[in-house]
Design a protein around this ligand. Sequence first.
Ligand code: NDP
Length: 309
Amino acid sequence: MTKCLIIGSGPAGYTAAIYLARAGVDAVLLEGLQPGGQLTTTTTIENFPGFPDGIDGFTLMQQMRQQALNVGADVRSGTVKSIDLSKQPFVATLDGGDTIEAQTAIIATGASAKYLGLRDEKAYAGRGVSACATCDGFFYRKKVVAVVGGGDTACEEAHYLSNLAAKVYMIVRKDYLRASAAMQKRVMEKNNIEILFNCNTEGLFGEQGVEGAHLVRHLGTDHEERFDIAIDGFFLAIGHQPNTRFLDGQIDLDDNGYIRLKGDGTTATSVTGVFAAGDVADPSYRQAIAAAGLGCRAALDVERFLSAL
Ligand code: NDP
């Protein structure tokens, strides 16, 4: 039995754990399948304040974890398979079958970038394949990159990259962009963005890292056409999948599966005593610093909730 179960070990989860431990609130943080979360798979992070020379994602997360431990947080490995939120205390069942009862919960399970499912995406991971332009775009200054997708994220990433890279291809599988008119306009106005409509990616090539992509236009039609483009970076922007499946419909989610915060300015969700922080509740910013900020807010919300009982 704990006063607060923090589920997830990205910046949101660790920040919440640091705040609760320092406040003397008995809490348990479960690290999940990928301790440290998405940042452990990125390279150098140069936009997290406090690290003037940048810091690699893995080290940043190790340090957050260590900071949580140093202030007395109870950090455990384990993944929540399911959680019963129908009554308090909530009961979480872990992958090994153990259960934890909790008076409150902070859901900080993050989101995972969607990938196309190509074998080459794994083969070139960290060597030219990325799912975060804000994280990795800097390494492609004056180079040529491709962004896959035609939604708002893809347009945003392509626009961001166009200010750094010499040229940006957008690989769009339909003959139109799904993005909002405003985002489309921003992309169209950039001279160094070329949109390749009706195109799918079949593979990547390169010796040390990505040097190009094999594309096919009009896949599955009579006028299917295969061609290659030379690129240095391949950015996936085909959406993110918030990690909310284990909640099994017990909390209000938006149409894309993100946890809907109650809208009262706190991190409260539709279930009393359950709070959410980080990417799992944030479809638009998705930055480490924003997640850490939400983790802090969730911890303070938990403290206030518990003291009002
Ligand atoms: P979306 O689902 O809106 O768009 C995904 C894009 O990726 C679509 O163009 C889709 O193609 C394409 N895609 C999906 N799967 C594949 C695949 N296997 N192969 C090739 N292409 C594929 O996701 P976003 O992340 O762009 O946006 C999610 C939500 O967040 C949206 O509601 C969006 O409006 C919002 N958002 C808002 C922002 C803002 O307002 N500033 C910024 C970012 C996101 P197709 O169209 O053919 O399905």
